[in-house]
Design a protein. Sequence first.
Length: 289
Amino acid sequence: MRNLFAFIYRFRAFLVFVLLEVLCLYLIVQYNTYQGAAFFNSANRYVGQVLEFQSGVTDYFRLASINSTLARENAVLRQALMQHRLKAQADSAVVLDTTTYVAPSDTSGTNPYNLIAGRVINNSVRRTNNYLTLTVGAADGVKPGMGVISSNGIVGRVKTVSQHYATVTSLLHSQMLISAKIAKNNTFGTIKWTGGDYRTATLDYIPLHVKPAKGDTIVTTGFNTVFPEGVLIGTISSVKKEADKSFYTIKVKLAVDFAQLAYVYVVENRLREERDTLEQQAGIPTDEQ
């Protein structure tokens, strides 16, 4: 305390000067209209900038929560879109657009699919067999074998599940096969990733009498209980006709950028158990996903 009094006594002249300056500024602002308006306008501008900066910092730390909320809302909207298309466009050809779902043909008028939004917390793209980890699990209704898609297209299939997490076998996996078709003519084949570029896969078993072209859209067939029909996979980037083969060699540019995945949707098929049981009883193999 003694040091404080000594400091005040030592700089008493300067402190009195500062106090008088503040008093003068207050009197000028208080009793002069022009100066008062100029002061408050400037003060409001600086206060606004400080509040804007504070809001930006707060919003940044809330991004994870905001993104999770948006992902759940998008899942509901995509599910409604699927149901609408199943009802309105059954057994009809549609013009391809930029959304994930292209040409469903279910005539039942019902939508058996439910989408569960999840965040990607682990991902790989440079291995021979790549996997993802999601922040949804058994508590959210996720089960092994369910399909996984993103806003752009196919991602993979659920491999294992814990109470709050799930691992996914990525499309970028040497053993992952996806039943696919060329959307313009419904010729079906199999999508497989052969390694290397994580943006490119191979479309196999397209016969030579078909005329695939660069830019053709590749979608899921819906021949299984994992993915709905018409989910976007990618577009044809090259077509080769080799003399010693009875099928084309077709490269497909994948619609999903696996290096930038943040949020995905696990696809629950509510009729899967019934269909799988029936096909098993009939002895129908299900090799492809």
